[in-house]
Write a protein that binds this ligand. Structure first.
Ligand code: CA
Length: 229
């Protein structure tokens, strides 16, 4: 299915230019003429990308963007802001409101289409994987459930994050420091030994009686998810 793009712009000639060029590229196009209509449309059609004019009657593009970002339903929808101003302070304001990119008017259709493609590509590659699998192990990130074979695996929040890191790159050896960064975040200070405690807990839940150990300990290096472990 082709990506759906919502164009939010109140000037009919520009709307027509945008619609023509986007449809020619195969995108599905919907239009809203003001901010309130845009917010309604986003809820109705859940677009893949929004092209949002800064200068709109009543609600400004900046305000619309801010509201989109506050709503969990629309907080990740990519936004390209159209602006007639090229002032540095305005760009900063645009990005601060949560826009992913901006295009300064007047722009060529080719330039806008290039931005659209780039932003869509970025948003698709950063979309969270819903399910991670390895061997007989399945991790459903949306439902926060882990299953090995048919057996549900009950993990605490820390073990869940650790397993998610390991499952994203099966076979790769992660050092304790890397695991701290990836599963806890850089700002947390913990002793590397803490990792060992959580790995032990993770193993205990993950490996049922008679099942192969899915975690390989690499002496002096760290840990990997590896059925050969
Ligand atoms: Ca306008």
């Amino acid at each position: 299915m082709k990506p759906q793009i919502l164009v939010v712009e109140d000037e009919p000639p520009l709307v027509e230019v945008l619609r023509y060029n986007l449809e020619k590229e195969g995108y599905r196009v919907d239009v809203a003429e003001d901010g309130a209509a845009a917010l309604d449309k986003v809820r109705q059609i859940a677009p893949d990308l929004i092209i949002l004019d800064w200068m709109l009657p009543e609600l400004s593009g900046i305000e619309v963007c801010r509201q989109l970002r506050e709503d969990p339903e629309s907080k990740d929808v990519p936004v390209i802001m159209l602006t007639a101003r090229g002032e540095e302070a305005d760009r900063v304001k645009g990005f601060a409101s949560g826009a992913d990119d901006y295009v300064v008017k007047p722009f060529s259709p080719a330039e806008l289409l290039a931005r659209v493609r780039a932003v869509l590509r970025r948003s698709i590659s950063s979309a969270p994987d819903e399910t991670l699998t390895y061997g007989d192990l399945t991790m459903d990130l949306a439902a926060h459930k882990v299953v090995r074979g048919k057996r549900p695996v009950h993990l605490g929040p820390t073990e869940f994050r650790l397993l998610r890191v390991l499952l994203k790159r099966p076979g790769r050896v992660f050092s304790r420091e890397q695991l701290l960064d990836l599963a806890w975040g850089r700002d947390i200070y913990l002793e590397a030994r803490t990792i060992d405690v959580h790995i032990r807990r993770l193993r205990k839940q993950l490996n049922g009686p008679g099942e192969a150990d899915l975690i390989r300990t690499v002496r002096g290096a760290g840990y990997a998810l590896d059925a050969e472990g």
